[in-house]
Ligand binder design. Structure first.
Ligand code: SAH
Length: 343
C-alpha cells in the first residue's frame, strides 16, 4: 500500500466506507499525495494528452471564440480572462497569441487562472510569464468588478462525482470500503433525496451525479451575471442524462483500475451536461445548444486554419485535425457548452 492508500484505509477503518466523491477528492487533490498535486500528468511522457497539447489549432479556435465574444460585449477596456484547470498553460498561451492581432484585446485581458496543482502553477507561470497571471483556488477569489470570459477544457471531468446502483427495487450508493487490506466497492442504501428523477432503471443500473460540477457551473453563471460575460466549457460527456458507469482511471495513456495505485492514476467520469443546462437556465443565463467538439471547431474555421498551416509547411496538420474533429476520435465524445449573460 502506498502512503495515500494507507491514509484512506485508516480513514475508512475509523469512519466507515467513503463515497466515490470523497475518495476521488483525496486521490486527486490530497495536499501531499494527490494525483494533481504531485505531478504534471499531461503530454506524451505523462498519462493523457489534451486537445491544446495535440495542436495549437485548438487554442487558436478558442481564441477566435474569445475575440468574437469580447467584441460582442462591446470590446470593454478591461475584462477578466479566466481559465479553470489550465494544465500546462498551452491553451491560454495559444488564445493570447491568436488574439494578439485583435486591436486592444490583449491589453484589456487580465489573465486569471484557477489551479490546484503547485507543479502545474509553476509551469503556467513560465509559459504565461508575459501576461502576469493571477492564480486562485476557486471562483470565489475572482474579482467581480469587470466583465468576464471563462474557458475550461477537461476541468469538470476532474471534479468529484458519486454513483448510485439500482438493486432490489431501490437505489444504493456505491462506496469504497476495505477488504483484506485492499480497497473494494460495496453498497449502502441511498436516501431517496439522491435518487435520479429520470428514466426507469434496470437491475444493476448506475446513476452518476456531481454536486461539485453543478456548483461550479452555478458559480460561473453567477459570475457572468455580475456584469456580462461568457463561458466556454469543453469536456467529454453526454448531452442527456442516462444510466451507465463512466468512472475511469488512466495511467500512461491506458485505462487502469479505479481503486489501485491511488494518487498515481488519473480519475474522472464523463460529464452529464443536462443538469448543467438546468443550472444555467435557473440562473437566467443563455446557453447555446450543446455542440460536439468536431462541429464547434469546424464552424469556427479550424479546417481553413489547418489548410493555411499545412500550406506554410507545418507537419502532421491533417492527422492532428482528425484527432480533434473526427467522430471516432475526440470530435463526438467531447462536447462544447457556451453559456453567456448580457449580450
Ligand atoms: N485544461 C488543460 C488541463 C486539463 S487537466 C488542458 O486542456 O490541457 C485538468 C486540470 O485541472 C489540471 O490543470 C488540474 O491540475 C486542474 N484541476 C483539477 N482539479 C482541480 C480543482 N479541484 N481545482 C482547481 N484545479 C483543478
Amino acid at each position: 500500500m502506498n502512503s495515500l492508500e494507507t491514509i484512506i484505509h485508516n480513514q475508512i477503518m475509523q469512519h466507515g466506507p467513503m463515497d466515490i466523491g470523497q475518495f476521488m477528492a483525496m486521490a486527486l487533490s490530497h495536499p501531499k499525495h494527490g494525483y494533481y498535486v504531485s505531478r504534471d500528468p499531461i503530454g506524451s511522457a505523462g498519462d493523457f494528452v489534451t486537445a491544446p497539447e495535440i495542436s495549437q489549432m485548438f487554442g487558436e479556435v478558442v481564441g477566435a471564440w474569445a475575440a468574437h465574444s469580447w467584441v460582442q460585449m462591446g470590446a470593454p477596456e478591461a475584462f477578466v480572462l479566466l481559465e479553470c484547470g489550465p494544465g500546462r498553460g498551452t491553451l491560454m498561451a495559444d488564445v493570447m497569441r491568436a488574439c494578439a492581432g485583435i486591436d486592444g484585446f490583449c491589453d484589456a485581458a487580465q489573465v486569471h487562472l484557477i489551479e490546484v496543482s503547485p507543479e502545474l502553477r509553476a509551469k503556467q507561470g513560465e509559459v504565461l510569464a508575459g501576461y502576469d497571471p493571477i492564480w486562485h483556488d476557486g471562483l470565489g477569489g475572482v474579482s467581480d468588478d469587470l466583465p468576464i470570459l471563462v474557458i475550461a477544457n477537461e476541468f469538470m471531468d476532474a471534479l468529484p462525482f458519486r454513483q448510485l446502483i439500482y438493486l432490489d427495487g431501490a437505489w444504493h450508493e456505491r462506496v469504497v470500503s476495505v477488504k483484506e487490506d485492499a480497497l473494494v466497492f460495496t453498497t449502502r442504501p441511498a436516501p431517496e433525496v439522491l435518487w435520479p428523477q429520470f428514466g426507469s432503471p434496470h437491475f444493476g443500473g448506475i446513476y452518476e451525479f456531481s454536486a461539485p460540477r453543478l456548483n461550479f457551473v452555478d458559480a460561473v453563471c453567477a459570475r457572468l451575471k455580475a456584469h456580462h460575460g461568457a463561458a466556454l466549457l469543453i469536456d467529454y460527456g453526454h448531452a442527456s442524462s442516462a444510466f451507465g458507469d463512466t468512472f475511469q482511471a488512466v495511467k500512461g495513456h491506458e485505462f487502469a483500475d479505479v481503486l489501485s495505485n491511488v494518487g498515481d492514476v488519473d480519475l474522472t467520469s464523463h460529464v452529464d451536461f443536462e443538469p448543467l443546462y438546468e443550472v444555467a437556465k435557473t440562473q437566467g443565463c443563455i446557453a447555446q445548444p450543446l455542440m460536439e467538439q468536431g462541429d464547434f471547431l469546424r464552424i469556427m474555421g479550424i479546417e481553413a486554419r489547418a489548410a493555411y498551416l499545412a500550406q506554410k509547411g507545418a507537419k502532421g496538420i491533417e492527422a492532428d485535425l482528425m484527432r480533434l474533429i473526427d467522430v471516432g476520435e475526440m470530435g463526438a465524445l467531447f462536447k462544447v457548452m457556451d453559456v453567456r449573460y448580457g449580450f
